[in-house]
Structure formats: structure tokens, C-alpha cells
Design a protein around this ligand. Sequence first.
Ligand code: 1HN
Length: 383
Amino acid sequence: MSNDTKPSTYAVDARDDVLGRARVIDNDELLSFYKELEAHSANAFWRRANEIEPWEPETRYSPTIWRYKEMRPLVVKSSELVKPEEAGRRVIVLVNDSDPGRQNSAAVGWLFSGLQIMLPGEITPAHRHTASAQRFIMEGGGAYTVVDGHQIELGQYDYVLTPGKCWHDHGVFDHGQVSIWQDGLDIPLMNSLETNFYEVYPENIQKPAFTTNDLPLVYGNAGLLPNTGQTWDKPYSPMMIYRWKETQDALFNLAKCEPGSPYDGQIVKFSNPLTGGWAMQTMGAQMQMLAPGQHCKAHRHTGNVMYNCAGGEGYSVIGGKRFDWQEHDIFCVPSWVWHEHVNLSSSEQAFLFTFNDFPVMQALGVFIEEALQTNNGHQALKP
Ligand code: 1HN
């Protein structure tokens, strides 16, 4: 619909009927003025002012769940239909249907996500791009990635980085298993900023140039950093991979000592050991553990989050709607939407891996968080 047929959108909300909000009532003279402006590629600000300046963030993304029992057969089918060399990357993209243009391929907010499958003996061609990537290994074994010549073995529930501008290719050794992981990229952000470059490597795959797993072996030792004059000047974590065993141990150790967050249970952030900050500049990741029977309180914050259940079963209430999840299910929480998590098991912990765009929000000073004050901190369920 073109601007000249659409009425002004003032007073969309009773709160807009105040001085300081756009409240212009259109008349014939104004309507013809708007036409005159449009003929000059211009518009009157007050026609859109309240949309441009909402009272609080209004996400265009819907909370969405991608259940693994439905997604896995589709991912497996993709491996029967195309080869990774033909596809570039054989990824099934997780799409948020509420985003009308969907030009950004965002699962939520500034985050792209997909499921990638690799069969034993397969490789993906090496390339690099400005966009950063990270992977959460859901199934398999005997898989590896090579990042700027550093070969890293991938195990179930490991979290691995492919920072922007690094050459990367992946594969599964002949003796390995079918491997499936969740990719997370900042593609929607990079494309919105119009900063994404893409390049293919001169050879099919990189030859590993260092001892296998050298980066986690050198930098991933519980606060013990090499003191041999080595300097790491890259803007991302030198560890490159965070192994499930250490992550799980950290959560159980925390639980011995700390009550945890009322909103997230026990939660650890995958951090750069040199800075204590997030592992990469544009995306962060965390692992949380809900105690048996735990019902967290509701909060909301700016920034977008993708969840992946790494064990256990429960549900989350997101924007007043209940989403039941179990192992490998993926769901999203968009910016400024209330959410609370529940572990349905009375005997087992539940684990939720998450990745987010919080580093961007924090760098810009716009990470804002609020606890739900009503109903003892719990949302009313919408019908
Ligand atoms: C990419 O490079 C990978 O390296 C996966 O595995 C998914 C989606 C969009 C753009 C680049 C990978 C991707 C991607």
C-alpha cells in the first residue's frame, strides 16, 4: 500500500494522546501536502513518528520452536539429496515466519541459525566471511573443524567458534559418525550493516598447520594461561572450543555453592579467558542448568536468544505462551518478550544451551533488563 492511501498512524495507543507524541488530524489540505511531499521523495515525520519511536521495543519476531523429532528427518533427507560441496554448506535454515520480508534469514533478531549435517568422509569447502559463526554440536563424533589452520575435534555438546574473517572448513573422518550441529551466525546484523564480504579459499580444504586441538590445549586450562611470551591479539577467545565435560562440571560446581539466577538457574557464560568478556564480538553463548522441578521467574531484556535443549525436559512460557521442549529442541526468545523456564523432571537436571546478540547490545549501551513484578514473578498463560 502506498503512503498516499494509508491513513496517518497517530494515536495508535491511548498513551500517544499526550503532548510530545504525534497527534495531527489529517484534512484534505494535509493529504494533498503529503502527495506533494511524496513527489519529491519526502514525507511528513508526524505521519510515522509514533511507529518510529515506539514506547518500548516491539519485536517483529515470534517466539518459535523447532522440534527435533520433526527437524531431524528433514536434515537427514538433505544429506541424501545434496552434497556439501554442491551446497557450499548443507544447512537447513531455521526461519521465523513472522518476519514479513525475511530478507535477513533471521531465526530471531540479529541471529541466523540452521542445522548442518555431515556424513563420514564428507568435507565442506574452505571459505571465509566477515560474519562470525558458532556451532553447538548436537550429535555425532569424529567430526572436526579447521579455523585458520587450527584443526579442532568436535564432540557432542561442545561449543565451537568460527570468528569472522577466519578461514574455515569442516569434515567428518571416515571412521566418524553422522554429525549434526546447530550453526549460529550474525548474518542478519552483518547484512543490515552492509559489511559482509565472502571469499573462497584457494584450495578445497585447509591443511592443518598446528598440532590438532592446539588452541584449547594451550588456552583452555582452568585459568592457567601460557606465560611464555605468547601474545594473542585477536578480538575473540583463543580457546576456540568449550568442551561439554568442563561446561557441565562448572555448572555442578556452581550449584554446590551458589543459589543461581532466579531467571536462569545455574548459568555460565562461554568467555574469553584473556578478558572475561564474551568469546566473540557480536554473539555470546551460555549454558544453563535447571535443578529438578525448578520453576524460574519471568524476566525480559533487550537482545535476542536462541535456545537448544542439551538434556532433560521442561517448558518455557514465552510471551504468555507455553512451549514444551526436550533434548535437541530449539526455540527462540525475541527482544523484550517475557520468558520463564521450568524443569518438568523431579529427578534430573535440564540443560539449555543459548546463544545471543547481547555483546552488540552491551557494546552499544542498550542492554536493558526487567523482572516481572506481578503474580509472584510468573506470567499469566494466554489462551
Ligand atoms: C557458513 O559459513 C557455515 O561454515 C554454516 O559451516 C552456515 C550460513 C550462512 C553463511 C555462512 C559454515 C552458514 C555459513
